[in-house]
Design a protein. Structure first.
Length: 364
């Protein structure tokens, strides 16, 4: 995929998601897929879910449209079909959860099934950089693939706790990953980077198209249908890029860049991972279940410090970018360029946090 086709793909998916979301919102209200207000929630009125349905429709229509572009059409093969079918399954699972509140075991089983669809279509980890590069036995590669899919899906689901937060963070993650996949294809000639480039272009587009409807005060939530869908796309893009590279074609020079796709989803989701670890720690320390909900997440703390909902989202966007973009830069530029990138985003974060009027918010 060239930059022109990628931008076309991104813009089409963004426009479609923006236009389709109001229709999906009406259907969510009609069928009762509504988020009621709980003590720990930030929203104050019941709000429609099923934002993930709008994202999936936008992705599907985008695939149909851009398939006719010469370079994009080359990316449509077995892997692209696997990602599409797995996405369909995860959205259906999320729709059911948004409407009927499925139990955790049922959702986990559904997520494993979705990861299995990726495996059937050849999307899995085939090698790891251990004592050089070793090919993994199929069973180990499949297990590792399932674990990565589960972790990324649930990490994205975990950060979907405030208006605009998950969509913005995933959009930033997608931009960083797209830049990485494109540069990897250009610099090292990995032709298979077309599928992850296509996937992340659509991922960024649907997030940007959904955000205007999801920023505070949100008209619709993405729900589990959206957060699990976005997590699946991000993990599938990473596995497709790294897992399908021929390990025999990897030189010592290109080992680092080809490994980073596996690390990048975890790097860009470092903030939610940190939030998760802190949450589990404080709950266990207090003698509660590590899965018990509370109102002490990072976004709750920023809100309690007097930041508005949208300002809190921007701060967390910048924190995500502080990790995501330097990691991408580090793969293709000297370390000092990555360090400068860190300082730029840290400075922007400090500036945003220090400016503007603060109005302390009491979280129940």
């Amino acid at each position: 995929m060239c930059i022109r086709d990628s931008l076309i793909t991104l813009l089409i998916s963004a426009a479609l998601c923006y236009l389709i979301t109001p229709f999906v919102r009406k259907q969510a209200l009609r069928f009762g897929a509504i988020a009621s207000v709980r003590d720990r929630d930030i929203h104050s009125i019941p709000t429609a879910r099923w934002g993930g349905v709008a994202m999936w429709i936008a992705m599907s229509l985008t695939f149909l449209i851009v398939n006719h572009l010469p370079l994009v059409g080359k990316s449509f093969g077995q892997e692209a079909w696997g990602i599409f079918l797995a996405s369909t399954a995860i959205v259906l699972l999320g729709m059911a959860d948004d409407r009927f509140q499925l139990d955790a075991l049922t959702k986990l089983a559904g997520q494993v099934f979705v990861a299995g669809i990726l495996l059937v279509y050849g999307i899995q980890i085939l090698w790891l950089p251990i004592n050089g590069v070793i090919s993994l036995p199929p069973s180990i590669g499949q297990l590792l693939t399932v674990l990565i899919v589960l972790v990324v899906i649930n990490a994205v689901n975990f950060i979907d706790g405030m208006d605009g937060l998950a969509a913005g963070i995933v959009a930033i993650s997608g931009i960083a990953f797209f830049a990485f996949a494109y540069l990897l294809a250009v610099d090292y000639g990995f032709s298979r980077a077309g599928v992850p480039s296509l996937t992340t272009a659509v991922l960024v587009g649907i997030c940007l198209g959904f955000l205007p409807h999801n920023l505070h005060p949100a008209k619709i939530f993405m729900g589990d249908s959206g957060s699990m869908f976005l997590g699946l796309l991000l993990s599938a893009a990473a596995i497709t890029l790294t897992g399908q590279v021929d390990p025999n074609a990897i030189s010592a020079e290109s080992l680092g860049p080809t490994l980073l796709p596996l690390l990048l989803p975890f790097a860009v989701l470092a903030i939610p991972f940190l939030d998760l670890l802190l949450a589990v720690g404080r709950r266990v320390k207090a003698g509660r279940s590590p899965f018990a909900p509370d109102n002490e997440h990072l976004h709750h703390r920023l809100l309690s410090a007097g930041n508005s909902t949208n300002k809190t989202a921007v701060i967390l966007y910048l924190w995500t970018a502080t990790i995501a973009f330097p990691v991408t830069v580090l793969a293709f530029a000297p370390w000092w360029v990555a360090l400068v990138t860190v300082f730029v985003f840290v400075g922007a974060s400090v500036f945003v946090m220090k400016t503007g009027k603060k109005t302390p918010v009491t979280i129940k």
